[in-house]
Design a protein around this ligand. Structure first.
Ligand SMILES: *Cc1c(COP(=O)(O)O)cnc(C)c1O
Length: 288
């Protein structure tokens, strides 16, 4: 794994940014999931009695794929529960779903089980570790603190990253002395604050939320999201298609808030683009 990850210069629409390239940590285990799950990487090294990881979430989740890499690395099982598995995906596997299966993981449709896991009402044996959806766990702090250590020279910069569960942004701000800015993409801004309150009572550690100019439904396709993604790609860096198009719109609409020195955290997720690109191509063909 490539630690520290590189920091590259990036010019977009005539503005200069620095990009923290966590997408380059490694081919397989990269992005913010590598940071969030780094604790488990160390834990599994020291605990060979662990034979299984259990988690749950969406059937195209970046976290699911990263956990499958981890399980494969340590030659243990991953059982991942989803609410819904469309027949179309089963017969035409693509993206994170496909690569998770190729890593030997088991993906099971069982919404009752998902509900129980969400409510923490399952007791696991001592050879199993359970990881909440998206890695929204306090253990994530360990690896994100390492990311902050790599940003030491940039304390006069505004750090920006789009949030899902908000956990990466939270632990970044907790340890970073400069300002961390984020926006919501799953749920609204209140959801983010609720997530933070579950993991950290001291609100001094909460990142600054920049409101979005419009509401986006997570995972839905928006022409403007695809367009900014393509412009970013043509400017030299491929970002993810779920979170980053929202993040970059927020950045470009709020350059006055963020100031001159901005460092944008590239949180990986490129494996997931395969299925998103397919969906966008289908949509854009129909719309045009
Ligand atoms: C998971 C993920 C996020 C969201 O991270 P949170 O810690 O849940 O806020 C953002 N970008 C990418 C590419 C991701 O894979």
């Amino acid at each position: 794994m490539l630690f520290p990850s590189p920091i590259s210069k990036f010019t977009f629409k005539n503005f200069d940014f620095l990009i923290k390239r966590d997408d380059l940590i490694s081919e397989e285990f990269s992005g913010n999931k590598a940071r969030k799950f780094y604790y488990y990487f160390e834990y599994l090294k020291q605990n060979p009695q662990i034979k299984k990881i259990i988690s749950y979430g969406s059937n195209q989740s970046n976290a699911m794929y990263s956990l499958s890499v981890l399980a494969k690395l340590f030659n243990i099982e991953l059982t991942y529960y989803v609410n819904h598995l469309p027949q179309y995906l089963i017969t035409n596997p693509i993206g994170n779903y496909k690569y998770t299966l190729l890593n030997g993981a088991e993906i099971i449709e069982n919404s009752e089980m998902v509900e129980k896991l969400k409510n923490n009402s399952i007791i696991f044996d001592k050879n199993t570790i359970f990881i909440k959806e998206g890695g929204a766990v306090k253990e994530a702090e360990f690896g994100i603190k390492m990311l902050v250590d790599e940003l030491k020279e940039y304390e006069n910069y505004s750090v920006f990253l789009p949030s899902g569960t908000g956990v990466t942004a939270l632990f970044l701000q907790k340890h970073f002395t400069g300002r961390v800015y984020t926006c919501s993409s799953v749920g609204d801004d209140d959801y983010l604050v609720k997530q933070w309150q579950e993991l950290e009572i001291n609100s001094d550690f909460y990142p600054t939320i920049i409101p979005k100019h419009k509401k986006f439904h997570f995972g839905k396709l928006y022409k403007e999201n695809y367009e900014i993604w393509l412009e970013l790609k043509n400017s030299g860096i491929e970002f993810d298609l779920l979170y980053d198009p929202i993040g970059w719109q927020v950045v470009m609409n709020n350059l006055d808030v963020l100031g001159r020195n901005i460092i944008y955290i590239h949180q990986g997720g490129l494996k997931g683009n395969e299925s998103m690109i397919q969906r966008y191509e289908r949509k854009l063909r129909i719309d045009n």
